[in-house]
Design a protein around this ligand. Structure first.
Ligand code: FAD
Length: 416
């Protein structure tokens, strides 16, 4: 088979795959209906989360579930009528959130996460993306002491099993390190290894520039059909079509539209999330990203202002946006950080995190459709795992006998 591939989806995942395959001498054609990085890769919190070795669980404790019952938490918002069709995938995710299962998933999630920094840096060296990264980690703040203590226990486990580094700050240390925050918080954890991007979409744009400079072809078209053609596949766009022995589907939350007609129906649902930029009233402003653990939003200093990103909204992927998640998060953020100024964007941005029932991404060939390869379902950490996914996909397509990580936990047929 010739080393020729069509990658569909120019988010951080598809672009990373394209770059890694190109490095190995593949002829790569990359398709997207939008300019690079304008899907979910556009609007995230910009964190390369070396600490995120546990996928983000659903609450299982009655007290915590009760907190969400009134639909007034900025951490999780839901639309009742959207829930029934999502129930089977939710149920699996809820079961996977059981503490013992979560630790098992962490083994496979963490196996990818532990490589994130080196893999981001490898692509930064190849492209001109290096200047977009800010070192120094990020800070998780807690209003309640018991939550802080529980996270410290988790941090000890992460350090022991995944070499995650952190510092625990008590209330006095937090006041000293981040004096611009409201006083009286219970404590914080400073995750010291992560990197923060100053403009997430610029990463995708830098990857695309490098891809094109190395001779890669970018096709800016909506794909309309995907069909078998001889020994390979044909992608039909608005006015162009193209054929290759391999097609990699890396369309994030939209991948599901393309795999269902191929007979593959994994349990997948979407956690939507919003962002808005704000000015800061004080100088200096926030020096590094902060997550309000109880309210579930992030405040991340970026080029275009302080970006507030929300927690999860459970709705149908294509439902109209709602203002409520951002309004709730903004109210909570103003209490935590009095320096939060005016909103700078005309309207909030909305993005889509595709999550699988067992919390792990789907990466691998679709056995029942030879020539189709999947890479999606990275839920909360697709920016973090993009370059690592790219490296893994390239090794698998090359047929490396021993990829740097065992790919079996991510294989599509685990849901068959
Ligand atoms: C509010 C929020 C905050 C987040 N914060 C973080 C964070 O701090 N750290 C982190 O690691 N992750 C974070 N994430 C998750 C992260 O942004 C995503 O996991 C990641 O961007 C997924 O990348 P992707 O390439 O898989 O998908 P996408 O970026 O969504 O790319 C998919 C592409 O497919 C294209 N496409 C769709 N349909 C078609 C079609 N028919 N034809 C052609 N192209 C098509 C789209 O245009 C899009 O460009 C966050 C997400 C949200 C919503």
């Amino acid at each position: 088979m010739t080393k020729s591939v069509i990658v569909v989806g120019a988010g951080v995942v598809g672009l990373s795959i394209a770059l890694h395959l190109q490095m190995r001498g593949w002829q790569v054609q990359l398709w997207d209906r939008q300019p690079a990085g304008e899907g979910t890769s556009y609007g995230n919190a910009g964190l390369i989360q070396r600490e995120a070795v546990f996928p983000q669980p659903f609450p299982r404790d009655i007290q915590e579930l009760w907190r969400y019952a009134g639909n007034r938490s900025s951490r999780a918002q839901y639309r009742f009528r959207a829930l029934p069709p999502l129930a089977p995938a939710f149920l699996r995710y809820w079961r996977a959130s059981r503490p013992d299962r979560l630790r098992r998933s962490a083994k496979d999630y963490g196996a990818l996460i532990r490589h994130c920094i080196e893999d981001h840096m490898a692509l930064a060296a190849l492209t001109d993306a290096g200047e977009l990264y800010r070192p120094g980690g990020w800070v998780q703040v807690f209003q309640e002491a018991e939550h802080w203590q529980a996270e410290i226990e988790a941090a000890v486990y992460k350090r022991l099993h995944f070499d995650v580094e952190y510092e625990a700050w008590d209330a006095a240390q937090l006041d000293k390190r981040l004096p611009m925050m409201r006083p009286g918080l219970a404590g914080a954890i400073h995750w010291t290894q992560p990197l923060a991007l100053v403009e997430p979409v610029a990463l995708s744009q830098a990857y695309l520039r490098s891809f094109q400079q190395q001779g890669g072809e970018f096709v800016l078209q909506d794909i309309r059909t995907l069909e078998k053609a001889g020994k390979g596949w044909q992608v039909q766009g608005e006015s162009l079509h193209s054929e290759a022995p391999w097609v990699v589907l890396a369309l994030g939350a939209w991948t599901i539209d393309w795999v269902k007609p191929l007979g593959y129906r994994p349990p997948v649902f979407v956690k939507r999330g919003y962002h808005q930029h704000y000015s800061q009233k004080t100088e200096p402003g926030l020096p590094l990203p902060v997550l309000d653990s109880e309210a579930g939003y992030v405040l991340a200093p970026m080029r275009h202002g302080l970006r507030l990103t929300t927690g999860a909204e459970f709705a149908q992927r294509d439902d109209a946006p709602s203002l409520r998640p951002l309004q709730l998060a903004e109210v909570a953020a103003r209490k935590l950080y009095p320096g939060l100024g005016n909103a700078l964007d005309p309207e909030p941005w909305l993005g889509h995190r595709p999550c699988t029932g067992d919390m792990l991404p789907i990466i691998g060939p679709l056995r029942q459709q030879p020539g189709i390869f999947l890479a999606f379902g990275h839920c909360h950490q697709g920016l973090t795992m993009g370059p690592t996914t790219g490296r893994l996909v390239a090794q698998m397509l090359e047929g490396d006998a021993q990829p740097f990580v065992d790919p079996r936990p991510y294989r599509p047929e685990r849901f068959a």
